[in-house]
Design a protein around this ligand. Structure first.
Ligand SMILES: [Cu+2]
Length: 235
């Protein structure tokens, strides 16, 4: 195969593999529905990274297929003969150079996205969330109320004030995409803006003991009236 034909083969096969991946992940999405403002940034970064990797994967696979066909040995005596002298370092230099640029570019994009997610420390509602083996406790300092579940008001920015009574736990609601460890002796803030009314589940995502898998709690994202009503009539 001449060079042009080789390039055409690799490009066409890579495009087919990429289209196959696209169809597969469009039919079977990996992520649950996004339900927070922060999720848009996380999903943007996740999808961007995933498709860059998908394109690299498709190119590498296509090139490997080309090599399997083009450089196959017809007899044992011929094995390895075609690899004896590599004439060009261009591919190696390009591979290292592009990988370095890609890695640095992704690191820059990641820090930009992280900054966008964290943003300013301002919040509308404070919620103290305390983890302990094997349950969660919710307290609203402004209302001086405990909640039997984690009530959040849709569209409002919440400061989740995370603490732990005993061991390391981790606050995770998959639909919000954010995950934060609760560490004994530390007060950690997590800023969160839910965007969809609904019921979700808070999951502890740090192996914290024998009852770890039961360490879940209900999360209700509600409108303003329901938020006030629920917390006032709770006790
Ligand atoms: Cu746990």
């Amino acid at each position: 195969m001449k060079n042009k034909a080789a390039v055409a083969f690799v490009v066409v096969v890579a495009a087919l593999i990429f289209a196959g991946l696209w169809a597969l992940f469009a039919a079977y999405p990996m992520l649950p529905a996004a339900a927070s403002k922060e999720a848009e940034f996380v999903d943007g970064a996740f999808n961007g990274l995933f498709w860059i990797e998908g394109a690299i994967y498709a190119l590498v696979m296509a090139f490997m297929l080309y090599c399997l066909v083009q450089f196959r040995a017809s007899s044992r005596a011929e094995q390895g003969a075609k690899f004896d002298r590599s004439r060009s370092r261009l591919v190696e230099v390009a591979w290292i150079g592009l990988s370095t640029m890609l890695t640095l570019g992704l690191a820059a994009l990641g820090s930009h996205e992280l900054h966008a997610v964290i943003g300013s420390p301002e919040a509308d509602i404070d919620v103290e969330v305390r983890g302990q083996q094997f349950s969660w406790e919710f307290y609203y300092p402004k209302l001086q109320q405990y909640g039997d579940k984690l009530y959040l008001e849709v569209g409002k920015r919440h400061r989740i004030i995370l603490t732990s009574k005993d061991v390391v736990h981790s606050f995770w609601v998959p639909e919000f995409r954010l995950k934060q460890d609760a560490v004994p002796g530390k007060v950690i803030h997590l800023l969160l803006t839910p965007t969809k009314v609904g019921d979700y589940m808070l999951i502890c995502s740090e192996l914290c003991g024998f009852g770890h898998t039961d360490m879940t709690a209900s999360v209700a994202v509600v409108d303003h009236e329901t938020f006030e009503k629920n917390l006032k009539s709770e006790f």
